[in-house]
Design a binder for this molecule. Sequence first.
Ligand SMILES: Nc1ncnc2c1ncn2[C@@H]1O[C@H](COP(=O)(O)OP(=O)(O)OP(=O)(O)O)[C@@H](O)[C@H]1O
Ligand SMILES: [Mg+2]
Length: 258
Amino acid sequence: MSSPSPFTPADEPAAPRFDASAAPSIVARGVSKSYVGGDGSRIQVLGSVDLEVRPGELVSVIGQSGSGKSTLLHVLGALDHPDTGEVSIGGQRVSSLKEEPLALLRSRSIGFVFQFHHLLREFSALENVMMPQLIAGTPTGRARDRARELLELMGLGARAEHKPAQLSGGEQQRVAVARALANRPLALLADEPSGNLDPDTSERLHDALFRVCQEERAAMVLVTHDLGLAARADRVLRLHGGQLVNVGPEPSGPAAGE
Ligand SMILES: Nc1ncnc2c1ncn2[C@@H]1O[C@H](COP(=O)(O)OP(=O)(O)OP(=O)(O)O)[C@@H](O)[C@H]1O
Ligand SMILES: [Mg+2]
């Protein structure tokens, strides 16, 4: 591995990071998705994708630009419908849910980290992290405690009252990560979460993200172009030609080529 595991100190034997016999938190079976392009022709982005991610497991997805990685995350996160196939989160089949339970599943059980953070500009960092909890019905005091705890974990304890415009890009992105984790999601879906951050800030953000996911047993799918980062996952999958191909724990072979 190109960098030490965030979960296991180098001088200790590696303990299993997740229980391989646990029921998967994220299941995709035979998921396909196509789009109609500008010229009216159909682009098949996902062929027939199968994926299972267990509590506490970190799976990274690599692949060329345009290969469908964001599309896959959107379908896994119930932000978009597959053409065929089925996605289940925490044992709930997404397609069987009506609008209200689906919104509840999205807000309580799924955390999204996007490349660009979309923080609410008029609210403080603390309020941004409280927001999804309040929407999910968490009492204000508990939501505030959890938001403070996560901001501390992200190294932002002293910035809790700052509004996004008073935070650096890296700090804003860390607030967005804290917000995605706020409801202790079963599934954490991260699309290039470190965006354009400098290497040190990016590494700190990933360390904190991986640590919380591990501690709270979130099943995580991380999309990244950074092969070194991808290699820190339990599994590395490459999306190519609409299919997910296992390229092993370290994406260094020819199959990993981007
Ligand atoms: N709403 C849409 N309508 C039509 N085509 C789309 C739509 N969304 C995505 N596509 C096409 O689907 C393909 C996959 O897009 P996607 O955003 O999933 O790629 P990606 O792997 O995330 O790329 P990148 O690494 O650049 O973020 C691209 O060819 C894109 O142009
Ligand atoms: Mg993308």
